[in-house]
Structure formats: structure tokens, C-alpha cells
Design a protein around this ligand. Structure first.
Ligand code: NCD
Length: 299
């Protein structure tokens, strides 16, 4: 395994699956002292609820400790310090850095500035690889497999970093993907090309019902309104309970959360809803990731 997790491409399928299996063990056994004495620096320059708190919980459950900040306003970046300097110093304090930043490429920049492992917890609209591990784990646990599934991925495919990392990971599996989005927010061209190059069966829809009808998993996302660059949306995609009538019985709905208005709360009480379980899996999956990145002997 590489020393950093900057993009999901830093992991091959075998490494991904080792983490998923380890996460399953952590679901049953939550306390382990694998990383006792270790320090995780939780550096969040952008808002976060689940990602930050699940990483921090994961480190504490592994017997380690956490330092960090949850907003840029309390750091020296406000005085004009560049990210590289902050990361170099924080890296000299901690055993691992978990970084969320508004700039695409920030995690890569950070990794160049320090020898300490860096985990990308979301860099602008680019990637969010640890969320992908959570998403794959949720798909696997809810369906018993990943190969052979049909997934519908809907919402903001252009700026949704969780979608970008997920699509790259899914290209390692035998899956069919139906994409649904307003046309202003379709999947970036480079990802469409990558999917084509790897012969992944994909189709692109504007109609939600057509895309979810045969899906085993429906992955919904919110519009990343803080990243829009003047796009005017003529159509908002909202998943409503009545749309689920003809869906497959095993179908599960995932969402990285937070949801805004794209996922009707009435769905929460149907057997299709699986997004709160998905959020809960954030802890065991991130425990598995940290334990794999940071072997005890390194601390
Ligand atoms: C996502 C993110 O920050 O990219 N949330 C998360 O980490 N679970 C999705 C989002 O903000 O819409």
C-alpha cells in the first residue's frame, strides 16, 4: 500500500478489498489498541460533520489521539501561511494527517510538503477516496457483492467529489452504471472517457425513473452549490417515495450526506433507505484504513 491516500487510484482492487474485510471485523470489534500512542492530525479547511468525526472516532477507538482544527479561521492560513508550511509543521507533530481543503490538488500538495502520510478527506471538486471506501463497503454489505450489480448514480456528477472517486473505484468491478443528472451537471469528460476506455457499461439519463427501475443501488448526491460556476439549473432532481414503486426489492439508496432537498425524507422509513447505515460504516471503514496505513511499528 502507498503511504498516502490522495486519490482512490492509490489503491488497487486487492488493497480495497483488504480494507473492506478489515472494516467488517471492526464492525464486530470496535475497540482495538492497534494505534496506541499514535496521533492523528485532523485538518479541516472546509465544513464537515461525518468525515471529520468518523475519522476522529476511528483513531480514538484504535487507541490513538487526535489534534486538529475544524475551520480555516482558527489557523495561520488566516495570516497568509501557505498550505505547504502548515502541513510540514503539522506533519512533524503527528503520525497521519487527514486533510479537507477547498482546493483541488491540495492533498497532493500537502503530501509533497511532509513525509507523514496524508489522507485526502476531500479536495475541492476533485476526490474523496475514503468516502468511496465507505460507499463500496455499504454496497458490499447491503448486496453481498459488488461485481454484477447495476448502480444508478444521480445528482451533481460534475462537482461531486464523492462521485468522482466512486466512479474510478467502480471501474475496477463488473458493474453497470446509469448516470442521472441535469445536463449542466453531467460527469466530467475525462471520467466518461476513462469509463469508455475500460469498457464499463454506462448510460446517461435525464429521467430518474428510467434509471432507477433496474438498479440494485441508487447513489444520490446533493448539488454542490458552493462550487457552481454560474450554471443555471433548469431542472432539480428530487428522489421521491412514489418513484420507488416499481423498483427492485433488494434496491438500496445511498447518499454520502448531507442531503438537502434531493432525497425526500419520506423515504427514510422505507426498506430502500440505507444512507444512515452508510454514515455509520464511516467509523469501521476509517478504522480499517488507518490501521492499514499506520502499522503499529511505525508509531
Ligand atoms: C460529501 C463531501 O464533503 O464531499 N460529504 C461527505 O464527506 N460525506 C458530500 C457533500 O458535501 O455533498
Amino acid at each position: 500500500m502507498k503511504q498516502d491516500l490522495l486519490t482512490i487510484e492509490d489503491l488497487d482492487r486487492k488493497e480495497i478489498e483488504e480494507i473492506l474485510h478489515k472494516a467488517k471485523e471492526f464492525c464486530e470489534r470496535r475497540e482495538r489498541n492497534d494505534l496506541r500512542g499514535g496521533v492523528l492530525a485532523s485538518c479541516f479547511f472546509e465544513p464537515s460533520t461525518r468525515t471529520r468525526l468518523s475519522f476522529e472516532t476511528a483513531m480514538l477507538r484504535l487507541g490513538g489521539s487526535v489534534i486538529g482544527f475544524s475551520e480555516a479561521g482558527s489557523t495561520s492560513s488566516q495570516k497568509g501561511e501557505i498550505l505547504e508550511d502548515t502541513m510540514r509543521v503539522v506533519g512533524s507533530f503527528a503520525d497521519v494527517i487527514v486533510l479537507r481543503h477547498f482546493e483541488a490538488g491540495a492533498a497532493k500538495k500537502a503530501a509533497k510538503a511532509t513525509k507523514t502520510p496524508v489522507v485526502n478527506a476531500g479536495d475541492g471538486a476533485n476526490e474523496h477516496p475514503s468516502q468511496t471506501l465507505v460507499d463500496l463497503f455499504t454496497v458490499w454489505i447491503s448486496q453481498g457483492k459488488i461485481d454484477g450489480l447495476r448502480l444508478a448514480i444521480m445528482g451533481d456528477l460534475k462537482y461531486g467529489r464523492t462521485v468522482h472517486s466512486l466512479v474510478k473505484a467502480l471501474s475496477l468491478y463488473q458493474v453497470k452504471i446509469d448516470f442521472v443528472s441535469p445536463k449542466e451537471l453531467t460527469l466530467p469528460e475525462d471520467l466518461k472517457e476513462m469509463l469508455k476506455g475500460k469498457d464499463v457499461a454506462c448510460s446517461y439519463h435525464e429521467d430518474i425513473e428510467a434509471a432507477i427501475k433496474d438498479a440494485d443501488v441508487v447513489y444520490t448526491t446533493r448539488v454542490q452549490k458552493e462550487r457552481l460556476q454560474g450554471e443555471v439549473l433548469h431542472h432539480r432532481y428530487v428522489l421521491k417515495k412514489e418513484m420507488l414503486a416499481g423498483c427492485r426489492h433488494n434496491m438500496k439508496i445511498l447518499h454520502p450526506l448531507p442531503r438537502v432537498d434531493e432525497l425526500d425524507r419520506e423515504i427514510d422509513h422505507t426498506p430502500f433507505a440505507y444512507y444512515f447505515e452508510q454514515a455509520q460504516y464511516g467509523v469501521p471503514v476509517r478504522m480499517a484504513l488507518l490501521a492499514s496505513l499506520l502499522k503499529k511499528e511505525k508509531i
